[in-house]
Structure formats: C-alpha cells, structure tokens
Design a protein around this ligand. Structure first.
Ligand code: FAD
Length: 305
C-alpha cells in the first residue's frame, strides 16, 4: 500500500470514539499550552484522556498533578500511565494507591523503556515488576480498574518475533487488561495484520490504533527509527520541502491523519487514540473531518443554516 484508500464519509462521527494522550508539562509555558489544548479538545467529549509517565518515574509528581487537575477542573476522565522502571513493587503499589486515592479509575500500564536508554538491555528492578503484564496483575489486585496496555503493530523492537510479541500481549490480557493501545504507525495494513494475529491467538480485547498527527516530520522520522515504526516513502514525499513552511506542513499533516483514520473506519475500526503532543490544532482538525464536533460548533452550524 502506498497511500490510504479514501472516500467521503460525512456520517462516521456517529460511529467513532476518540481518546487523547497528553504528557505532563515541565515549565510554566508548557503548562499553559497544555491547558489551552485540554480546553479546546474537551468539548469533543473523548472517552478518556491519558497522561504519560516519564522514564523511571521521573514525572511522577507532574503526572499526578496533571491528572488531579483534569479530575478537578474538567469534565474529562483521566487515565494515568504508569511504568515499572527502576522501582520496587512496594513503590509502584504506593503510586497505584496515590492515584486510586485521587479517584483515578483508569490506568495505562507499561513496563517502560530501559533506564540506560532505548536500545540498551532492559533490567527489571530486583524487587520490581518485570514487565507490563506483571504491572497489570498488580493493578487488577489493587482495584476494579480499566487497564489499557501497549501493543506494537510492527512488534516491539525487543521482541525477537511476532509470536513473542503477541504472547506478551496475551499475558497482559490474561492478567486483566481491558484494551490495548498501539504504538503509532502509518501503514494500516500492518495494523490489520497485527489485529488478525492477535485474534488468532485468542486475544479479543479492543486494539485501539494510536494515531500520531505529524506535527514535525523530522522529529517523527527520528523517533520512528528508535521505536521501530516504519516510515513509508510516500509519507516522506508528502512532507518533502516543508521544513520551513509550518502552515503547509500542518495542512498536509491533518489531511494525512484524517485519511488514515477514514481508511481504518472503512476497515471496521471505531476507536482511536490520538497522540496530541499537547497541541490541539491538528487533532481538532482531524476530529472535525471525521465528524466529531463540539456541541458549540454544531449549535453554531444549525443556527447559521
Ligand atoms: P512490555 O509489554 O512489558 O514488553 C514489550 C515487548 O518487549 C513485548 O512485546 C515483549 O515481547 C518484549 N520483551 C519484553 N521483555 C523481553 C525480554 N526479556 N526478552 C524478549 N522480549 C521481551 N513509556 C513511558 O516511559 N511512559 C509512558 O507513559 C509510555 N506510554 C506509552 C503508551 C503507549 C500506548 C505505548 C504503545 C507505549 C508507551 N510507552 C511509554 C513506551 C513503552 O514504555 C516502551 O515501548 C517500552 O519499551 C515497553 O513497554 P511495554 O509496556 O510495551 O513493555
């Protein structure tokens, strides 16, 4: 496949549900941008919004603060990401209790990247949870939570083959995972093949595609090579020459993401998780194009008609 099949489907907003992912801000300026983004995306009524957790728990406090603010100042349902990196079981269990005490009912459970960096060997903490599946088990025994886990349509770089990768996903499901959210990808055929593999292995939870609108093609290209996601030649061609033209870059990016989502809808997918990068515009535009509108926008539209 060199690009997505695309047809106009103005009615699909009824069938599609979305969730959004944010990362906890480091500075006051980033904090302001995050809350502008949250405010703009809130009327689209996502099923939940998730907040990432830095390697080795480095953002524990900032993740907790962001989740708390979402709980107290918005109508949104937050999901807290958690990892096992560099933490003993009792420390991870304490973080689970901290989130649960705030009223968090949704988690995204991850092993996390090796403390020494992507590409190095992962060494579990001697008293820690060894992987995502063990963390799911810990969450499940701590409460009746909604637990999302990761999935990798192109397999995780540490998995020697797809069978090992799918086996890890199966262990997470057996321990109580409610849904899987995928690493971003740009070739829908790879996603579809992965879902077929999972179903053949007896995995029946939703496998929700993670959609990354390309805010900055150069950054995405660098990141893709580290996390093992294929960057198709046709995608590079679309962004070629736009390095210093942010407006055209954004227009192309929203069209590419909308095409990808439309094509997945045609293949029967109904749930999408957007990696927002704490920016609203592209995600808002893509949601608009797939028929997900704020009530305010719909009211304004019918008043004008
Ligand atoms: P696991 O599911 O436990 O394992 C990943 C894969 O590695 C498995 O498929 C398995 O086959 C293979 N594997 C694991 N151990 C071994 C082994 N010993 N030998 C052979 N193969 C092995 N990272 C963060 O730091 N914070 C976040 O908030 C965060 N959010 C994420 C959200 C999503 C939706 C996704 C897809 C990823 C996220 N990540 C995050 C990145 C993630 O932490 C990394 O990809 C990490 O390397 C793996 O974590 P995991 O939970 O997928 O690991």
């Amino acid at each position: 496949m060199n690009q997505f099949r695309f047809s106009r489907r103005p009615d699909i907003g009824d069938k599609v549900r979305v969730s959004f992912e944010f990362f906890p801000p480091k500075t006051d300026e980033m904090e302001a941008r995050l809350w502008d983004t949250v405010t703009r995306l809130e009327p689209l009524k996502p099923r939940f919004v998730s907040v990432t957790y830095g390697a080795g728990g480095s953002t524990r406090e900032r993740t907790a603060r962001t989740v708390k603010r979402i709980l107290h100042e918005t109508t949104l349902t937050p999901a807290a990401h958690m990892t096992c990196v560099d933490a003993a079981r009792h420390q991870v269990d304490a973080v689970i209790q901290e989130f649960a005490g705030m009223g968090v009912t949704r988690f995204v459970a991850l092993r996390g990247d090796p403390a020494a960096g992507v590409g190095t060997a992962y060494r579990p903490h001697p008293d820690g949870y060894a992987n995502g599946a063990e963390l799911v088990g810990a969450l499940k025994s701590a409460g009746d939570f909604d637990i999302s886990v990761s999935a990798y349509p192109e397999k995780h770089p540490e998995s020697p083959d797809f069978a090992t990768d799918i086996d890890m996903l199966k262990r997470k499901v057996d321990n109580g995972a409610t849904r899987a959210i995928t690493q971003f990808f740009f070739d829908n055929d790879l996603y579809e093949r992965y879902v077929e593999r999972a179903r053949r292995a007896g995995i029946y939870i939703p496998i929700v595609p993670g959609i990354l609108p390309v805010h900055n093609f150069t950054q995405v290209a660098n990141f893709s090579s580290r996390c093992g996601a294929l960057l198709p030649a046709w995608l590079a061609e679309r962004f070629e020459g736009l390095e210093n033209d942010p407006q055209t870059h954004a227009l192309v990016a929203s069209a590419v993401a909308a095409e990808q989502v439309h094509d997945l809808v045609e293949r029967g997918v109904g749930d999408f998780h957007f990696y927002t990068m704490n920016r609203a515009d592209l995600v808002f535009a893509v949601c608009h194009m797939i028929g997900i509108r704020s009530h305010e926008a719909e009211a304004a539209g019918s008043a004008a008609a």
